[in-house]
Design a binder for this molecule. Structure first.
Ligand SMILES: CCCCCCCC/C=C\CCCCCCCC(=O)SCCNC(=O)CCNC(=O)[C@H](O)C(C)(C)COP(=O)(O)OP(=O)(O)OC[C@H]1O[C@@H](n2cnc3c(N)ncnc32)[C@H](O)[C@@H]1OP(=O)(O)O
Length: 224
């Protein structure tokens, strides 16, 4: 896009932030394809060694400044917005399915499909992945309800295994609050059969008090 020289810097910044997010998303997609292909391939040791050399060369191209541990990158919407590098929803994360989330009448709904990279028992999702999916949806449901909090308890119930390569639906809903405590439930079903719970969870989330939040997240922007 052609940007006139007279355009205010803030808008130019917004443009480049969108460019940055688009590039991060594209690389994330390619990396997820690499990860899934890697865990499925039956390639020979020679091929695997050659690919490992190639990946090492690719990694070496990601030079420049590295972010510090607690730094919140400009592309990151923490605490209320999209998290580019979240291992659950991050479009830029090679670890994320990634889950796409939209609001419902009384909570949030997430959609994703797990691949062989997320396998626990052969053909089914890892139980820790289910916990991760629910923790995220339930945590984001707290934020969406206006009471952002951190998980202090997550009670998981595994009713049936989660099939891989099958569109899934994840629900998160706040059921009550008590001072800084937020009570939340969540379920995972398939898209095809949303009335059969495969996994369900009850959680307690706690909003850290403001001093604690500043100490935990020193990179938190003033307006958050
Ligand atoms: C303005 C910015 C705010 C930002 C905060 C929002 C962050 C949202 C993040 C991201 C977006 C959403 C996406 C993320 C989704 C994934 C969420 C995660 O994975 S979070 C990582 C895993 N969780 C931890 O690492 C927590 C570790 N725990 C702690 O750091 C502390 O426990 C903390 C700060 C959460 C609370 O500490 P205290 O000292 O403020 O709270 P005390 O005083 O101990 O407890 C308050 C009340 O809660 C009860 N409580 C404590 N633990 C409980 C438990 N396990 N079950 C039930 N109640 C419990 C206590 O009995 C107390 O109750 P009584 O007020 O006395 O009635």
């Amino acid at each position: 896009m052609h940007t006139p020289l007279t355009e205010p810097p803030a808008e130019a910044g917004a443009d480049s932030l969108e460019d940055q997010k688009a590039a991060i998303t594209r690389l994330g997609h390619e990396l997820r394809t690499l990860v899934e292909t890697t865990v499925r391939t039956a390639a020979s040791p020679d091929t695997l060694h050659r690919v490992a050399d190639g990946v090492r060369q690719v990694t070496a191209q990601l030079t420049g400044r590295r972010r510090a541990r607690a730094e919140i990158p400009e592309v990151d919407g923490f605490p209320g917005g999209p998290r580019m590098y979240s291992p659950v929803v991050g479009a830029g994360s090679p670890l994320a399915p990634p889950v796409s989330i939209t609001p419902t009448d009384d909570g949030l709904i997430g959609h994703c499909t797990l691949g062989l990279a997320h396998e626990g028992p052969p053909g089914y999702g890892h139980g820790g992945m289910s916990a991760m999916l629910l923790d995220e949806l339930m945590g984001q449901a707290c934020t969406a309800a206006g009471t952002p909090g951190m998980t202090v308890s997550l009670q998981m119930r595994y009713h049936q295994p989660i099939p891989l390569e099958t569109p899934l639906r994840i629900l998160g809903r706040v059921t009550g609050t008590d001072n800084r405590k937020v009570f939340v439930t969540g379920t995972i079903t398939t898209e095809a059969d949303p009335s059969t719970r495969l996994v369900s969870a009850d959680g307690v989330f706690i909003a850290p008090d403001p001093d604690r939040a500043r100490a935990l997240f020193p990179g938190l922007r003033e307006e958050a």
